[in-house]
Design a protein around this ligand. Structure first.
Ligand SMILES: Nc1ncnc2c1ncn2[C@@H]1O[C@H](COP(=O)(O)OP(=O)(O)OP(=O)(O)O)[C@@H](O)[C@H]1O
Ligand SMILES: [Mg+2]
Length: 377
């Protein structure tokens, strides 16, 4: 039997819950061509949300095309330009003949090298002479706008893992170039998101950066408990099993409403359930999950300095006044400066999340492991 939960893949249809307001807002932004930036910690559901809103928006508007670009393995401008050109052409062509036609007719300075897969539905792959593109990036950057005007389309370009552009050779200059082109587009809008929350915040909320105030900022929240409870119950019921309200609430609580872990723990609980999932089963599944992840957590912990660990220990213990002399002494924290430094480094490494001064752990299972295993010894 197919298992009713998924994690690590895009959540669609029955696997997608909640986010009604975010979905409606994003669909609205897509159909009205408003630039959007989505910021959240890892695995809270950015890609799933964009995917859902994209499908709904395209169903509403026949002239809307949505193009998805993922920069997860893109480390230089060259790769970025060829991916952008390729995806824009693919999203706006119905057949590969159109794609080749576009690739030829929309460039005047650049001569694209085109190759097509053997299967006619395969995407067309496009490459350029890098030296020429470097001197003339405008044609690639404005390609979507030109195609949109010529074909009477609206285009949304969604860029995942956008923070990776900060690793290009001259990121400041590159960002300026992107922004100066993109802000002139009238028929194209951009949806930019990424899973390095800290870097995304820097790119979009620091007034000295070119992308400051580029569009609507959307901060994703975790999924609320009542939604998760309903979701677990219906997914269990779909497969002829049941889960008690108490057990459902416990799953949400143990993973601190983290979307990915919610599905993973629900899955582990479902696999252990014959008829009705109980609190005991959830606890057992949770222990198995912690066990499964412990090796990874050991590796992460080995990269931390003693001062960072001392600070985490105080946080985990729920200390409110960490910078008081007494607390610093108890946890062997050397100074208030050390706290500031540890906090900044842990936020940069995506271990902690700083939401308007409120510090929390990004990974609820890691926090649990530190508390019950690592610091308990
Ligand atoms: N709306 C949702 N309803 C239920 N589960 C969800 C939802 N959104 C995300 N999830 C769960 O979280 C997992 C991660 O989702 P997704 O890949 O969309 O997140 P992301 O923020 O893009 O992650 P990453 O930071 O790794 O890019 C999904 O596989 C699914 O298990
Ligand atoms: Mg994603």
């Amino acid at each position: 039997m197919e298992t009713p939960f998924i994690f690590g893949k895009i959540a669609t249809e029955k696997n997608f819950t909640d986010r009604e307001k975010e979905t409606a807002d994003l669909v609205q932004n897509f159909t009205s061509l408003i630039n959007t930036i989505i910021i959240s910690p890892r695995r809270w559901g950015k890609s799933s949300l964009v995917n859902k809103a994209a499908n709904l928006a395209m169903a509403q508007d026949n002239n809307l095309r949505i193009c998805h670009i993922d920069l997860f393995n893109v480390r230089n401008e060259e790769h970025f330009y060829s991916l952008l050109a390729q995806k824009v052409i693919a999203a706006t062509s119905t057949r590969w003949e159109d794609a080749i036609e576009s690739a030829k007719s929309f460039f005047s300075h650049l001569v694209p090298k085109i190759s097509i897969g053997t299967d006619p539905t395969n995407e067309v792959s496009i490459d350029f002479d890098w030296e020429v593109v470097k001197r003339n990036p405008d044609e690639v950057l404005d390609l979507a706008e030109k195609i949109a005007m010529k074909k009477g389309l609206k285009i949304i370009i969604c860029v995942d893992e956008f923070q990776n552009i900060a690793e290009f050779a001259d990121p400041g200059y590159f960002q300026k170039k992107l922004r100066s082109h993109w802000q002139l587009h009238r028929n194209v809008a951009y949806c930019l998101y990424g899973s390095k929350r800290y870097m995304m915040m820097e790119v979009f909320t620091d007034s000295s950066n070119p992308f400051y105030k580029f569009g609507n900022l959307m901060f994703l929240n975790k999924i609320e408990t009542p939604c998760l409870v309903e979701f677990f119950k219906s997914r269990f019921a779909d497969t002829g099993k049941n889960i008690s309200d108490e057990a459902s609430r416990l799953i949400a609580e143990l993973v601190d409403n983290h979307p990915y872990y919610a599905q993973q723990l629900a899955q582990l609980s479902w696999l252990r359930t014959e008829d009705v999932c109980t609190v005991e089963i959830v606890r057992e599944a949770h222990s198995a999950l912690v066990e499964q992840l412990s090796l990874l957590f050991v590796t992460i912990t080995e990269t931390l300095t003693t001062q960072q660990l001392n600070y985490l220990k105080a946080l985990i213990a729920g200390e409110k006044a960490i910078s008081s002399t007494e607390v610093m002494h108890r946890y062997q924290i050397s100074s208030a400066t050390s706290i500031t430094r540890s906090k900044a480094a842990l936020v940069r490494n995506d271990i902690l999340d700083n939401k308007a001064g409120e510090i929390s752990f990004q990974d609820p299972i890691y926090a649990y492991w530190l508390k019950t295993e690592y610091f308990a010894e």
